[in-house]
Design a binder for this molecule. Sequence first.
Ligand code: C6P
Length: 409
Amino acid sequence: MSAAPYDIARVRGDFPILSRQVNGRPLAYLDSAASTQRPRAVLAAVEHYETHVHANVHRGVHTLSQLATDAFEAARERVRRYLNAASTHEIIFVRGATEAINLVAQSWGRMSLKTGDEIVISSLEHHANIVPWQMACEATGAKLVVAPINERGELQFEAYVALLGPRTRLVAMTHVSNALGTVLPVAQIIAAARERGIPTLIDGAQAVAHEAVDVQALGCDFYAFSSHKLYGPTGLGVLYGREALLEKMPPWQGGGDMIRTVSFEKSTWNDLPYKFEAGTPHISGAVGLAAAMDYVESLGLAQIAAHERSLLAQATESLSAIPGIRLHGTAAHKAGVLSFTLAGVHPHDLGTILDHEGVAIRAGHHCAMPLMELLGLPATARASFGCYSNAQDVIQLTEAVHKAREVFG
Ligand code: C6P
């Protein structure tokens, strides 16, 4: 971890896109929870790979194929180190957090679930950690059980524990809420499940870029995330799975690379992790993700988190001072996500006006429709921070919200 002071000007200089203008205004990019921007180091690693190395992996005997395979497998080892997984057998490359969760729901779910079984999720979940379980429930007769939150958007821990019973087969919860920014106490959530012999899946899509994750210390069975929310390329994600569990699970997609032998009568499966990686993978994506992990660790995850916390405090204070603003999600432990509404202005209109001012936020239900319904909101506006966000972004956001009030006032 870096001990150097956090040099935000230098960090911003690493991200070429931040120097562009949008609608004639400097870009204030406050949509990192949807997708982060990429630093030069990631762009360069992908370009180098594509320019000098690319071939298909695991298949050819020729030099480039071997170099590409080496690069891809080195990226897997980089991910293992980032998560402190015990083995590269536990690191499966997928298309994103969504596909990682679908893999578990389809493979583990079909193997393990039967009528009357229960899967415990929380009210804070993204659709990616709801719908795959609903599909698995439909196929098996299991049912979804939802742990409640309080008015601040925090998990009601005692109520969660009370839901764990002899029918609970899995706890699947988010690490950080994308809509409210709540950081869930995942270590305690996992511990409570483990005490009862219940496996756990953590959706880390909004966590991996903001705090160090150690899957062995956490003790979870599965951990899912997307590269593009960690300053890496789109179209790539990771499923961490505990080896003993992955060994038992059947493959979920068939094709090249995931087999050992194929005949017209029967096929047999490859070893981990390839059993779950059918077809040609996103090789340059993995190379880019490895570079992104190097980059993030060179800044220091603790330093990034502290920087984002100070921006969250600044934005919370300056937005709260605007008449008609309501903040949604006021958990004691929050990541750099600020959801808000402005009286008399639909969040989509707010987003459009902010865009005219060069401020990129997200407006909508944030793929968390059940949560929005619980909060009695059709949508919110959401500003979210990354390692490159700065105080000027927050000032530009605040001024743009004032302008929206004038327009609609
Ligand atoms: N949230 C957001 O703007 P994918 O699309 O597979 O990369 O990630 C899905 C996903 C899963 N879990 C959580 C907690 C998420 O936040 C997301 C993606 C984006 O909030 C796009 S909806």
